[in-house]
Design a protein around this ligand. Structure first.
Ligand code: FES
Length: 170
């Protein structure tokens, strides 16, 4: 069953006909050619599909697109500024070799941006229950825990953590 819906993606209004069963990830990748968000597990376990919805990180593979009508979606393609300059976190990933094959990178980037917003809002750790102290300062262990929904199979975690820490946590 197809319906016409309006979305707000990376600062642009988008109207599209979608099947009600379409996931947000499939809408982005297959219908809008925004292929930054990746399909890894397609069941909420790897984080490769992470995007931002009203600033909150979500697994787009688990989200029905229809639920996000009118919400502000940001994908990795939307992280650079309007002049095409990389987001500071993207630059830090380059500097710290925060990737190898790059498959998890879009999800890592969006997840970290969402994590920083959670810290700023005082969202406590799901493991320790702790709220990050002043501002968004947090330990490397806490950072790893908060980013634990995003897997890297290459072994670039140390660079990823270093890049995120430099941008948001130090
Ligand atoms: Fe969505 Fe793995 S593809 S969490």
């Amino acid at each position: 069953y197809e319906v016409s819906m309006d979305f707000w993606i990376n600062g642009r209004a988008v109207s599209v006909d979608i099947d009600l069963r379409t996931s947000l990830l499939d809408l982005l990748r297959d219908q809008l050619s925004l292929i930054g968000a990746k399909k890894g597990c397609n069941q909420g376990a790897c984080g490769a599909c992470t995007v931002l919805a009203d600033g909150e990180r979500i697994n787009a593979c688990l989200a029905l697109a229809v639920q996000y009508q009118g919400r502000e979606i940001v994908t990795v393609e939307g992280l650079a500024d309007s002049h095409g300059r990389m987001h500071p976190l993207q630059a830090a990933f380059v500097e710290h070799d925060g990737f190898q094959c790059g498959y998890c990178t879009p999800g890592q980037l969006c997840s970290a941006v969402g994590m920083a917003a959670e810290l700023a809002r005082g969202v406590p750790s799901q493991v320790t229950g702790d709220v990050a102290a002043e501002g968004i300062a947090l330990s490397r262990d806490e950072l790893r825990e908060r980013m634990s929904g995003n897997l890297c199979r290459c072994g670039a975690h140390n660079g990823i953590v270093a890049a995120i820490a430099e941008t948001f946590a130090e």
